[in-house]
Design a protein around this ligand. Structure first.
Ligand SMILES: [Zn+2]
Length: 190
């Protein structure tokens, strides 16, 4: 959620409270609900829970204008798409790009994500850096990671076209493109 602060889609906090933590049982679970609302893409609520005693953390998104289980696809063509596209990904959604060659699967540990396309690309570079350390000495894997990072860096400069695909069986994810490009977002039932 580190990019949350710089999004131009500002959320409005609609609820904060302290509740019982489901893990440690102490009454130290900070609960925040933030409403994001936009005339074109609709409304969604970000649920964010954090326990200051045990560190338990959980975030999720509920998209109030959901059309049910959906596949969302968007082609990122230039720098404007990189810097002005927002991704709202719920815990239940997978995120991938065939051209860049990555896939982020949903899982029990998955967190909801609100980020710009730029923020997602930087996150991918971080993951690739960590994998390089883990695969030290494995030249095949390292070569693939270098190629992946080259593409991601080109993408950050708006010089690499790629498609981003979000599949969400819960229908709680969405993507907001730069203004005027709403018609290029492909949404179809899963
Ligand atoms: Zn706790």
């Amino acid at each position: 959620m580190s990019e949350e602060g710089d999004v131009e889609v500002h959320g409005r906090v609609i609820y904060t409270g302290v509740e019982r933590c489901p893990v440690c049982g102490r009454d130290t679970l900070q609960v925040t609900e933030t409403l994001y609302s936009d005339p074109v893409f609709g409304e969604l609520i970000l649920y964010s829970n954090y326990c200051s005693s045990c560190g338990y953390r959980r975030t999720d998104i509920q998209y109030l204008d959901s059309r049910g289980p959906t596949r969302i696809a968007y082609e990122v063509r230039d720098a404007e798409d990189v810097y002005r596209t927002y991704i709202f990904r719920s815990r239940g959604a997978s995120l991938r790009s065939p051209e860049l060659g990555f896939e982020i699967d949903p899982g029990p540990e998955a967190e909801a994500m609100i980020t710009t396309m730029e923020g997602l690309l930087y996150r991918l570079l971080d993951i690739a850096d960590r994998m390089e350390v883990l695969n030290e000495g494995n030249e095949t894997v390292l070569a693939r990671l270098r190629e992946f990072k080259r593409k991601v860096k080109e993408a950050l400069e708006g010089r690499f076209r790629f498609t981003i695909i979000i599949e969400d069986p819960t229908g709680n994810s969405t993507l907001k493109p730069p203004r005027g490009r709403e018609g290029y977002v492909r949404v179809e039932p899963l």
